[in-house]
Write a protein that binds this ligand. Structure first.
Ligand code: AMP
Ligand code: MG
Length: 302
């Protein structure tokens, strides 16, 4: 590496360190949570808060403080879409049952104007969906220009639940990793920034959360007896997550592994990742496509 490049890298690193500190993070969340080579899902302490040492109260305060900026950036994205822009953002949420996907939608995505959000959750494919390629229902649900799309589960189920339960033979799911990478490259090239979040809850915490669903009548609706069957396959699921994270964390669409036993941490972390991509889009306001002064005169005279 040339000295100049090395110096520039160092300066950038220092700057991102300083920015992180100013925001309350010890390490910028994008860096602390990104899945790189050598990542091992089994080593992740699901109760940890990587990059964050300030505790729950400060995290909740910071999440609340992000609301205005998130809203402002989302409105700019929406305005751009209305003015012919093609860009959008897609937040992909994966996690075992009870990992907190729904809570992210309510507490993080819920901070912005719902008219700019396109939310879709993916369950067991319908007969119509099963008759098609697995990406068919995914393509149909991609966000329109100017929108933030949110996938509660996604095409990754086709290498998770499908792999663990052998719903199709290995010859069929094995090529999907590369196919998904190509798919995400294609949609990125078309203007969609993909943000991928794996919420990693511990085996014990999942049990506690499922238990709560059985103890409270207002939570029964979230419980499915089949959840316990999937829980019994925990090691196979961890393996499937490992393969997914190894093979589909690309520079185009990297994965972020978020310890999810502390809901307050996962929510803050996802808000930071969303803010990062929205800030990175460098969103302005669209120019008027009319003569502002002439319109002021016309209005005054009306
Ligand atoms: P929930 O998100 O709790 O409503 O559950 C949705 C269920 O649908 C989960 O058990 C998923 O594993 C399952 N599911 C989602 N996508 C697929 C898929 N492509 N094939 C089979 N099952 C799926
Ligand atoms: Mg469920």
């Amino acid at each position: 590496m040339s000295t100049l490049v090395a110096m520039a890298k160092q300066a950038r690193h220092k700057k991102s360190g300083e920015d992180a500190e100013a925001s309350g993070w010890d390490v910028a969340p994008g860096e602390a949570l990104r899945v790189g080579t050598g990542f091992d899902v089994h080593d992740v302490d699901r109760g940890a808060t990587p990059g964050w040492s300030r505790g729950r109260k400060d995290a909740e305060r910071l999440l609340a403080a992000h609301a205005d900026e998130l809203s402002d950036l989302q409105e700019r994205l929406f305005a751009e879409g209305r003015s012919g822009g093609s860009r959008s953002v897609l937040l992909v949420l994966q996690g075992m049952d009870t990992a907190g996907k729904g809570g992210i939608v309510r507490h993080v995505v819920g901070l912005v104007d719902p008219q700019g959000v396109q939310h879709r959750s993916f369950g067991v494919p319908t007969a119509e969906e099963r008759a098609q390629h697995y990406l068919w229902r995914i393509r149909k649900a991609l966000p329109d220009p100017g929108h933030i799309g949110v996938f509660d589960r996604s095409h990754y189920e086709d290498v998770l639940v499908v792999r663990v339960n052998e719903l199709v033979p290995p010859e069929e799911w094995e090529p999907r990793y590369d196919e998904i990478n190509a798919f995400e490259q294609e949609i990125t090239d078309a203007g969609t920034t993909v943000v991928k979040v794996a919420l990693l809850v511990s085996h014990d915490e999942q049990k506690a959360r499922l238990t709560k669903r059985l103890e409270r009548p207002d939570k029964f609706w979230k419980y499915k007896p089949a959840d316990v069957d999937e829980r019994a396959k925990w090691p196979a699921y961890q393996e499937a997550y490992q393969a997914m994270l190894d093979r589909t964390s690309t520079s185009t669409a990297p994965w972020h592994a978020i310890p999810a036993d502390n809901k307050w941490f996962a929510r803050l972390a996802v808000s930071e990742l969303l803010l990062d991509v929205l800030r990175g889009l460098d969103l302005g306001w669209p120019e008027a496509d009319f003569d502002v002064e002439a319109e002021k005169r016309r209005l005054a005279e009306s």
